[in-house]
Design a protein around this ligand. Sequence first.
Ligand code: FES
Length: 147
Amino acid sequence: MSTTPMKIALFQCRWCLYSPEDQAWVDNDLPKNIHLVKVPCTGRIDPLFILNAVQGGADGVMVSGCLPEKCHFKEGNLAARRQLAEFSQFLDYIGYAQDRVRFVWLDLQDRGRIQQELAAFERTLETLGQAQALATRAPIAMGGAHD
Ligand code: FES
């Protein structure tokens, strides 16, 4: 039985040091169902970026950031995780399950971990199935001019 691969948007802080081999894999050999977006820090991820990925058809969104004490912008990663946790609750409320959004900390010594994290995330998404398209807002009915 063939299944459609889950579409994943991967937001990667460009400072979260995967090992060089892992970074080469991310840069050159990511499976086609994973869309990479590099950001200068996870703290720079606007929730609208996540919403855009969701509306673009991502079955899941993974954010990969520096370890808590290693963010180049002090606590951008901590703020990002907090904001993402809150935003994922909002997404859950509007029909995009919270488990479809995942935040991971990665560092240079975590060789091979990005592949493991993505594989584990993909298995989670497979149990959830493909994400349903979120309802779009109906156009607002505009009344005519009143006398
Ligand atoms: Fe990597 Fe802030 S610089 S998460």
